[in-house]
Design a protein around this ligand. Structure first.
Ligand code: NAG
Ligand code: NAG
Ligand code: NAG
Length: 194
């Protein structure tokens, strides 16, 4: 009788310790997304244009979607607009094989952590109260997408005499603060949806 009780006590102690071993892993594991982000940013220098060979250029594709015209001012020759600004470029250091990371093909990174082109639109007289979006989206081939809503005042030459059948011609000039003339090129697409 006593022997049987001891056996069952040993069994339950054994079962209990197996149960404990399953519940408490040896060390906490990082998520795959966390591992991937750490791997990409481990040796990243966000002050350096992301090319392996400095003679390669970085092409920045720019889309603008004019969402709405909020105000037209004939006196100051300006229009106040709400714009979605998107720029896409290739970062040669943010490339990974999705098979090594649970099939993750896209992730978001803090835009402070990586190189971001410093392109500005000369005609944006003032950028409005649009909130900055602190993230960029990167896919496994290193394509980085950066979206930003902008409330901007554009300088235009307004031809009001034909109102309300007038067309307004506003041109936008893209500039880079730092890379003027250096290996940074931009190709623009302007899409207008009104
Ligand atoms: C960089 O690219 C240029 C032009 O393609 C090539 O001549 C040069 O050898 C490359 N440099 C390195 C370090 O790969
Ligand atoms: C990453 O995005 C670029 C641009 O949208 C696209 O051309 C490329 O095929 C994408 N790569 C992958 C692996 O999805
Ligand atoms: C708009 O203005 C630019 C520069 O002045 C000119 O080259 C272009 O032909 C104009 N476009 C239209 C549609 O009037």
């Amino acid at each position: 009788m006593a022997g049987f009780q001891i056996m069952s006590l040993i069994w339950s102690v054994l079962l209990f310790s197996v149960y404990l071993a399953e519940c408490v892993p040896e060390k906490p594991k990082r998520s795959t997304l966390n591992q991937l982000t750490r791997t990409l940013l481990r040796k990243y220098d966000c002050g350096v244009r992301p090319v392996h060979n400095w003679t390669s250029s970085t092409t920045v594709y720019i889309d603008l979607i004019l969402q709405s015209v909020l105000d037209v001012d004939g006196k100051t020759q300006t229009i106040t607009t709400s714009i979605w600004y998107r720029q896409i470029w290739k970062d040669e250091f943010l490339v990974w094989d999705p098979e090594d990371f649970d099939g993750i093909t896209e992730l978001s990174l803090s835009s402070d952590a990586i190189w971001v082109p410093d392109i500005i639109v000369a005609e944006f007289v003032k950028e409005g109260k649009s909130p900055p979006i602190p993230y960029v989206y990167v896919n496994s081939s290193g394509s980085v997408k950066n979206y930003r809503p902008i409330q901007a005042v554009l300088a235009c030459s307004l031809e009001m005499y034909a109102f309300p059948f007038d067309t307004q011609n506003c041109s936008l000039t893209f500039r880079s603060w730092l890379h003027s003339g250096l290996p940074l090129t931009s190709k623009g697409d302007l899409w207008l949806f009104m």
